[in-house]
Ligand binder design. Structure first.
Ligand SMILES: Nc1nc2c([nH]c(=O)n2[C@H]2C[C@H](O)[C@@H](COP(=O)(O)OP(=O)(O)OP(=O)(O)O)O2)c(=O)[nH]1
Length: 126
């Protein structure tokens, strides 16, 4: 099982979502940006590192939101979602081909990775 951390990144009342590039696992699926937790690293710090590496933004990880174990065909992931605050930095697309700041009421319009769906439903009902 692979531990992955994903950020529900807030700026005012909107959340940053990103679409995975063509050449990645789950091409063109929307996700809450983040990545694999490295050994010896906390989920909170892994998230801040991944968001800097993948999008070029500085964030502060806040509270744990939820987790979901999901089995894809080739891998099983334990996906941990944390609320996170956008601090600074212009977004650079490296592993994604699109990003959007969206209100929670619009999340169902996007084709999210299957592992994210429980988070989407929870956010829509907040
Ligand atoms: N980051 C992220 N990954 C997700 C989400 N939902 C979901 O199923 N995944 C999957 C896709 C990948 O199989 C795995 C994390 O991979 P990743 O490609 O983002 O992680 P990474 O940057 O550390 O990995 P790598 O491409 O450098 O190998 O989790 C999500 O909301 N955020």
């Amino acid at each position: 099982m692979i531990d992955v951390v994903a950020g529900i990144i807030w700026k005012n009342d909107k959340i940053l979502i990103a679409r995975r590039s063509k050449n990645k696992h789950l091409p063109y699926k929307w996700e809450f940006p983040g990545g694999k937790i490295e050994s010896g690293e906390s989920a909170e710090k892994a998230l801040e590192r991944e968001l800097k590496e993948e999008l070029g933004i500085h964030t502060k990880t806040n509270d744990f939101f939820s987790n979901n174990i999901h089995q894809y065909e080739a891998i099983t992931i334990n996906l941990y979602a944390y609320n996170s605050i956008y601090l600074s930095g212009d977004i650079t697309l490296i592993d994604h081909d699109q990003v959007e700041w969206v209100s929670t009421s619009k999340l169902l319009d996007y084709d999210f990775a299957d592992a994210d769906l429980p988070f989407v439903y929870k956010l829509v009902n907040l």
